[in-house]
Design a protein around this ligand. Structure first.
Ligand code: ADP
Length: 200
């Protein structure tokens, strides 16, 4: 299996690049933001609890997202590998993920971290808010709150994986395809040589 974390602040392009990576390498995309938005649109109790936090730009409790990821891993026993997008977002989530993967006799191969300036992030999120229908993208105060949560709680997750030499930082500004080419190169460095795709 090949498991990777696509990391970076809100608006850094994780969703866009994830779509391209899963299409090329056949990985299963696990985005906690998308999983939470599905819970919200289905009006589940979990969704209702999450919505009030997400609308304020705050993180949802670790147990909630870790539980969702655990179920998603169990629901995809034949996956070639997983692309984690928006998860782990706290050090506690990172520890929980490592344990869940260890139970499945696998681990994180690499964390690819997208680096984008704060000014560019706010610009992109406000632009996305014009069309995404996401209430957390339309209000600049909520955007700022998300970026603050990122610096306080999520940035330390990169430090966690740095201890294991698993972090590669990639510039997240430029064209979508140029960034994708750099990410692809990093992925292929970590899969078996002379292999076109990723085998199980
Ligand atoms: P973005 O990274 O662009 O802000 P996401 O779709 O990844 O968007 O997340 C939207 C919101 O969902 C976050 O602001 C947070 O409230 C919640 N969320 C998503 N993933 C997690 C997570 N792993 N832990 C806690 N909260 C999360």
């Amino acid at each position: 299996m090949f498991n990777l974390i696509l990391f970076g602040p809100p608006g850094s392009g994780k969703g866009t690049q994830s779509e391209k990576i899963i299409a090329k390498y056949g990985l299963k995309h696990l985005s906690t933001g998308d999983l939470l938005r599905t819970e919200i649109s289905n009006q589940t109790p979990l969704g209702l609890e999450a919505k009030s936090l997400m609308d304020k730009g705050q993180l949802v409790p670790d147990e909630v997202v870790t539980g969702m990821i655990s179920s998603a891993l169990d629901a995809n026993p034949g996956a070639k590998g997983f692309l984690f997008d928006g998860f782990p977002r706290t050090s506690a989530q990172a520890e929980a993920l490592d344990k869940l993967l260890a139970l499945k006799k696998t681990s994180i191969a690499v964390m690819l971290a997208l680096d984008v300036s704060q000014e560019e992030l706010v610009k992109r999120l406000l632009k996305r808010g014009e069309t995404s229908g996401r209430s957390d993208d339309t209000n600049e105060n909520v955007i700022t709150a998300r970026i603050i949560e990122y610096h306080n709680k999520t940035a330390p997750v990169a430090e966690y994986y740095k201890k294991y030499n698993k972090v590669v930082t990639v510039k997240g500004e430029g064209t979508v395809n140029d960034i994708f080419n750099v990410l692809s190169h990093e992925i292929e460095q970590r899969t078996q040589p002379k292999e076109a795709g990723i085998e199980k």
